[in-house]
Design a protein around this ligand. Structure first.
Ligand code: 5GP
Length: 192
């Protein structure tokens, strides 16, 4: 196995473009696999259970908390739980993959604390707060309440960028995708 037990972590505010970056990396590198989180958030129209998330009820989520199945979990928004399953990471490592995460800043910090040097933690930064608002609005997936909650959380999260190994300022998407590829290569193809 080339890079046993390695992880790539992408964090950043909702609307920063981290999910686009993660999806891109997964298409260009076949040594990566996405850690599918569990969530109690309602499924969006374009999402697939087992691919984007494991969509489960709050009851099921709480049972998994009690059973110690999460390496980290977070009530990211009021009443909406998200968590990383231990089993998911083990499953992907068994397939000889580097595990890729798209989690919030708190979750990202936890994962970094647990796995240390085996993780490359990247913060994806929007070029400015107005652009972040615009992207969230354009996505059109939010109610006025959830939009407000996402903006508030995003503004707070921007202050955590310096706790990460690397920062990508996602202004021009093409450049950010190249930068993400370069960072992944630097970490996986040279370091280990
Ligand atoms: P969304 O609802 O837009 O898919 O995700 C909302 C936020 O939850 C994003 O910042 C996303 O990265 C984060 N998130 C997704 N899965 C997890 C997880 O397993 N743990 C944590 N802590 N955050 C997650």
């Amino acid at each position: 196995m080339k890079n046993p037990g390695t992880l790539l972590l992408f964090c950043g505010p909702s609307g920063s473009g981290k999910t686009t970056i993660v999806r891109h990396l997964l298409t260009v590198r076949n040594d990566l696999a996405f850690s599918v989180s569990a969530t109690t958030r309602p499924k969006r129209e374009n999402e697939i259970h087992g691919k984007d998330y494991y969509f489960i009820s709050v009851d099921e989520f709480k049972k998994k908390i009690d059973a110690g199945e999460f390496i980290e979990w977070e009530q990211v928004y009021q009443g909406l739980y998200y968590g990383t399953l231990q089993e998911e990471i083990e499953r992907l490592w068994k397939e000889n993959k580097t595990v890729v995460f798209d989690v919030d800043v708190q979750g990202g910090q936890r994962i970094k604390n647990i796995f240390g040097d085996r993780v490359l933690a990247v913060f994806v930064m929007p070029p400015d707060i107005h652009e972040l608002h615009r992207r969230l609005r354009a996505r059109n997936s939010e109610t006025p309440e959830s939009f407000g909650a996402r903006i508030a959380k995003s503004e707070k999260e921007l202050g955590y960028a310096d706790r990460f190994d690397k920062v990508i300022v996602n202004d021009i998407l093409e450049k950010s995708l190249e930068e993400a590829e370069r960072l992944a290569a630097e970490f996986l193809d040279t370091k280990h």
